[in-house]
Structure formats: C-alpha cells, structure tokens
Design a protein around this ligand. Structure first.
Ligand code: NAD
Ligand code: TYD
Length: 360
C-alpha cells in the first residue's frame, strides 16, 4: 500500500484531490493530510472520509521542521503532494510576509525533510519515491490580450507577492532536481473552480453575493482573462503527472477555457436563474444590476492562458469538463451545501470582506 503525504489537504484543491484519490484507488493507498488549518483550511471538506482507516489528519505548520521530520520518521512516505500555501493575491498585496514564510520557507522545509528521509548514503534516492510541487501559471506573469500562451519554457515574470513567492518555491524545487537529482515534478496550473472553494476567490464570492443580493464587485474594466479549469480535472492531472510524468519535468495544466471576468459573471447569473426553482425568492434580485465596477487590483495581471500541449503529448491528459457543465456542477454543490458556505463566511471572513471592499 502506497503512502501519500498531502500538504494543505484541508484547502480547496487539496480536499478535492484527496476525494479524487480515494475514489480512484480505494483501499490501495493511505493518505496523511498535514495542514495548519489557516482561515482557508476547513476540516468540514473532509468529513465524509475522516473515519477511514487509511486516512489520517495531522495539524501542523509546514514551516515547523520538527513536526514534518516526525511525520517522515513515523511513516514510510512514498509520495509527497505539496499544496499547502497562502493563495490569495488580494491578501498578498497588503501582507506579503506570510506568503514568503509559508510558500518559500515551508517548501524548503518540505523538500529538505523529504530529501533527508529518502536519500541513501551514496547520494541517490530510494526507489519509487516522488515529490510533486503544485504551483500556478501566475509565475509566468501576464500575457497580452490578443495572443500568446504560457509554455513550460516561458520565462518566469511574477508580479504579485503571491506569484513571486510561488516562483521562488518553484526555483527551490528546480534547484533540488538539478543539484541532488531529487525525484520531483512541478505542475503549473491555471485558475481552478469547483466545490469547497473559499468564497474570497472570484467564482464562489460572486455566487455567495448573488444569492444574498449583494453587489458583484468587478475589478477594473472586468476584461481580465483567466483560463478556468474544473478542480477534478486538475486532481486527475496531478495523479497522472506523478505516476506517468518524467521525473524532474515541469508540466503546465490548463483548462483550454479562457474567459473575461465579466463573461464569467454573466454566465453565473444566467446559470443561477436557470437552476433556481421558479418560486425561489432570490430570483427577484439576481440580475445584471448587481454588477458593480470597483477600483482595480494593484498590479492586476491582464491575461493568463496555458498551453497544455506537453502534458497531452507525453501523458495523454486533457481537460474533460466544459465550463457550462462545470459551473452547473459547482453551483449545484453550493446549493446542496449552504451550511458550508455559511460557516465559511462567518467570523473572520466577514472582517476580511469589510476591509477588502470598504470604500471601493
Ligand atoms: P487554499 O487557500 O484553498 O488552501 C490552502 C491550504 O493550505 C489550506 O488548507 C491552509 O490551511 C493550508 N496552509 C496554509 N498555510 C499553511 C502552513 N503554513 N502549513 C500547513 N498548511 C498550510 O488553496 P488552493 O486553492 O487549494 O491551492 C492549493 C495549491 O494550488 C496552492 O499551492 C496554490 O498556489 C496552487 N494553485 C491554486 C490555484 C487555484 O485556482 N486555486 C491555481 C493554481 C495553483
Ligand atoms: P481570483 O479568484 O482572486 O484569482 P487570481 O487572482 O489568482 O486569478 O481572481 C480571478 C479574477 O477575478 C482576477 O482577474 C481578479 C478578478 N476579481 C474580481 O474582479 N472581483 C473580485 O471580487 C475578485 C475576488 C476577483
């Protein structure tokens, strides 16, 4: 039985990945989920699997070297899948240091502990041990509106403290690959959407606001482009890269689904009206009048778009979920989990929302 150490498994993509892996490999794998449970980590995301014998949760900070060493000492880890990070660009602008701490220093700790646990006396590594570092397309910077794609060979040009900290982490992973032939892969992925996404990110924030009759705050002119990927497709890609990818390689993962932010919001309003029952009171206020243009994000990247050619050619992965289907599945999930949204938006989130959007 293969043992996975997943970091950040209580967050959005990590929890979807853990669900995906148990659906795919039921009974054949063990997963240890290590997460510090920051504002973005939520054990409710995993409540239907928490009693499994082949799953265990450890509350720890990835920057805590002693805690991570102890996990490697107690368990025979075969795979590391490293999601844990501070992830929200808007938070990184007023508060960059925590991004450097978790994303750079935390990745250094993870790499060093895995290296120490897996390294043999001659400097080679035990067979069949693999580390996968989950990163973002934002490390490549911003594309022109009218052309070009991010390839694995595109030079790094991060703009926000978030993307700069992820770029630094990627460089550290690359240095381990080059210096020690450390058995790792990096994946750089486009914007994800789906169940369990914290409502500070575009899609769940707009969904939650629309359902409560609150304004839909569009940054700048609303024409910034993102390349949206359904989170299950991402989980599948991560597993395929780790099992079938060439060690040491980077793979870009994208949705082939570029949309302007304002288009996303129009699609969401239309889909909500299509899905809400005729007698649902919220239909009264869900319409285009909720859209409000607000002050732009500082340093706002104009366009991201991934060319997922390499992962398709080498591994055979391509995105499967069309946006029209993915957004329906996502909205249906939030409808069925309104209590999840209520818990996620109470307390700290309310304070954050007021600070971030006050006066905009
Ligand atoms: P998220 O913010 O939903 O979850 C992050 C998780 O990491 C949370 O559970 C949090 O508690 C945990 N965490 C934070 N700091 C920690 C620390 N010091 N020690 C241990 N755990 C800690 O993030 P997400 O959207 O699921 O993103 C996961 C990964 O994917 C990140 O590395 C992110 O950079 C990358 N990524 C995300 C997207 C996206 O669209 N969401 C796109 C590309 C890449
Ligand atoms: P976000 O979900 O924060 O992801 P990222 O910045 O990592 O791409 O934002 C997606 C896009 O939506 C980005 O161009 C910023 C924009 N946006 C808004 O217009 N309004 C909002 O309230 C938020 C959160 C984002």
């Amino acid at each position: 039985m293969r043992t996975y150490l997943v970091t950040g498994g209580a967050g959005f993509i990590g929890s979807n990945y853990i669900h995906y892996m148990f659906r795919k490999y039921d009974g054949q794998i063990k997963i240890i989920n290590v997460d510090a449970l920051t504002y973005a980590g939520n054990l409710e995301n995993l409540k239907d699997i928490e009693d499994r014998e082949n799953y265990c949760f450890i509350k720890a900070d990835i920057c805590d070297k002693a805690a991570i060493e102890e996990i490697f000492a107690k368990h025979e880890i075969d795979r590391v899948v490293h999601f844990a990070a501070e992830t929200h660009v808007d938070r990184s602008i007023p508060n960059p240091e925590i991004f450097v701490q978790t994303n750079v220093m935390g990745t250094a700790v993870m790499l060093n502990c895995a290296k120490a646990a897996w390294e043999l006396t001659d400097g080679s590594f035990q067979a069949d041990k693999k580390f996968l570092h989950v990163s973002t397309d934002e490390v490549y910077g911003s594309l022109e509106e009218d052309g070009g794609y991010f390839y694995e060979t595109t030079p790094y040009a991060p703009h926000s403290p978030y993307s700069a900290s992820k770029a630094a982490a990627d460089m550290l992973v690359k240095s381990y690959i080059d210096t020690y032939q450390f058995p790792a892969n990096i994946t750089n992925c486009s914007n994800n959407y789906g169940p369990y996404q914290f409502p500070e990110k575009l899609i769940p924030l707009m969904l939650n606001n629309a359902l409560h009759g609150k304004k839909l705050p569009v940054y700048g002119d609303g024409k910034n482009v993102r390349d949206w990927l359904y989170v299950d497709d991402h989980a599948k890609a991560i597993d395929m890269v780790q099992e079938q990818g060439r060690l040491g390689e980077t793979y870009n993962i994208g949705g082939h689904n570029e949309k302007q932010n304002i288009e996303i919001i129009h699609i969401m309003i239309d889909t909500l009206l299509e899905m809400l029952p005729e007698d649902d009171a919220r239909r009264k206020w869900i319409n285009e009048d909720l859209i409000t243009y607000v002050q732009d994000r500082k340093g706002h990247d104009r366009r991201y778009a991934i060319a997922p050619d390499k992962i398709k050619a080498e591994i055979g992965w391509e995105p499967e979920t069309m946006f029209a289907d993915g957004i329906k599945k996502t909205i249906a999930w939030y409808f069925a989990h309104e209590d999840w949204m209520e818990n996620a938006t109470s307390g700290d989130y309310q304070k954050y929302y007021e600070q971030m959007y006050q006066g905009k």
